[in-house]
Design a protein around this ligand. Structure first.
Ligand code: GLA
Length: 399
């Protein structure tokens, strides 16, 4: 009887509390929302694999199914001096990905930055001949890609060797030493296929949406295909801003690469909310040995959100993420993966440049690990896009 009284008294209270209590919203995970569209990745550093940051680790495990290693597989970090290899952090990274059944990216085998000078000189300290440089390339790829054979899913084999005008970049130590961009790219992909069989092989590039540069990359991929050298995809680095690039350029680039019959990835995604100023950069620390701005007004102009991101800019960021994810979702038959460069704002490389300590807000989580409106915008984008789907151009393969 007592029990019955309890139930009779409790029932109305329960009913009322159901009415007034906010409906529990089940937190959605990015990777689940996009599971039928493409992989969702984040770049990570050894911080996470050594379990130092629990929140970061929990967030990565909940929301992402692909990972890219930020720095620890770059030549200068993995092999700083002849015969000296730092495998520890990269080994941990690969183990972390395997343990959690994630898509594991290798980044990157050939890049003109973060590559030590000794890569380009011979035992006598003279610049390498072409043959010596190709041998350096081969043995580097053998050591690094070969070590993780069958464990890394895909490599960014070559990073950023194209110039903005669609010709190879002129300031690449690799290209200068090999003597020719096509030769470098051809051998890099050939060696990667040899030492990392059953691993996908990609070319990764910034501003890969820019029409002249895009056409240069398309020409390069066709050259590889004609020579019978395997390339499986192109990654468009998404270091973009609130107002650039034009969406049409993004769509045109996705279509142009996909028409080559290869995968398209959006890599290194972050949306810069701060003003760009070439003049500010030049008068900033790049030309100034003391790394002090010459004009104080540049500091407030270039670093305007030191006390937090104003609501209207927060809303613009969410709108920008919504529109680009609607594009990605419409092109889901052509896009294999979308990877963010970092997870939360405090970690982003965008904070330091061009002014040290500059406060940027390019990602989906804020510095306190709160999901920003941009996060919800990304979650909602497939619903907004509805069933709209772009028909891939002739030549595309469905992935
Ligand atoms: C390039 C590289 C990345 C990273 C970013 C800046 O895009 O591909 O590995 O170094 O620059 O952080």
């Amino acid at each position: 009887m007592n029990q019955l009284k309890h139930i009779l008294f409790a029932a109305p209270a329960l009913f009322i509390s159901c009415l007034i209590a906010p409906k529990a919203v089940k937190a959605q995970a990015l990777k689940d929302v996009y599971k039928d569209a493409f992989l969702i990745g984040a770049s990570i550093s050894p911080n996470i694999t050594s379990e130092r940051s629990k929140t970061l680790m929990d967030t990565v495990l909940k929301h992402f199914n692909a990972i890219t290693i930020e720095n620890n597989l770059k030549a200068g970090v993995v092999n700083p001096r002849p015969g000296e290899y730092n495998w520890g952090p990269a080994d941990q990274y690969v183990e972390f990905g395997e343990k959690n059944k994630m898509w594991i990216m290798g980044h990157t085998l050939v890049w003109h930055q973060q590559t030590p000078d000794w890569f380009f000189t011979n035992k006598e300290g003279k610049p390498n001949t072409k043959e010596e440089q190709l041998e350096r390339l081969r043995s580097h790829i053998e050591a690094v890609a070969g070590r993780y054979k069958g464990r890394i899913n895909a490599w960014d084999v070559v990073n950023e060797q194209m110039g903005e005008d669609g010709n190879y970049r002129t300031n690449s130590n690799w290209i200068k030493s090999v003597g020719n961009g096509d030769t470098l790219v051809k051998y890099a992909f050939k060696y990667a296929a040899q030492y990392a069989p059953n691993t996908e092989l990609y070319y990764n590039e910034y501003n890969a949406w820019r029409p002249e540069k895009r056409d240069g990359i398309v020409r390069m991929v066709k050259m590889l295909q004609k020579e019978g050298v395997r390339i499986d995809g192109v990654g468009l680095q998404g270091h973009w801003g609130l107002n650039y690039p034009k969406n049409q350029y993004i769509e045109d680039a996705i279509n142009a690469y996909s028409a080559l019959g290869i995968k398209v990835m959006i890599t290194e995604l972050d949306i810069d909310v701060l003003p760009l100023s070439r003049e500010g950069q030049l008068t900033g620390w790049t030309l100034n040995p003391d790394r002090q701005l010459q004009l104080p007004e540049f500091k407030s102009y270039l670093d305007p959100y030191r006390n937090g991101l104003p609501d209207d800019v927060q809303a613009q960021l969410a709108k920008r993420y919504a529109e680009i994810f609607e594009i990605f979702y419409k092109h889901r038959d052509q896009i294999a993966r979308v990877t963010f460069w970092g997870v939360q704002d405090g970690q982003s490389w965008k904070n330091g440049s061009p002014i040290p300590g500059r406060m940027n807000y390019p990602l989906l989580w804020d510095r306190q690990w709160k999901q920003k409106p941009a996060f919800q915008a990304v979650i909602n984008a497939p619903k907004k896009a509805g069933n709209a789907k772009v028909t891939p151009p002739t030549g595309s393969k469905k992935f």
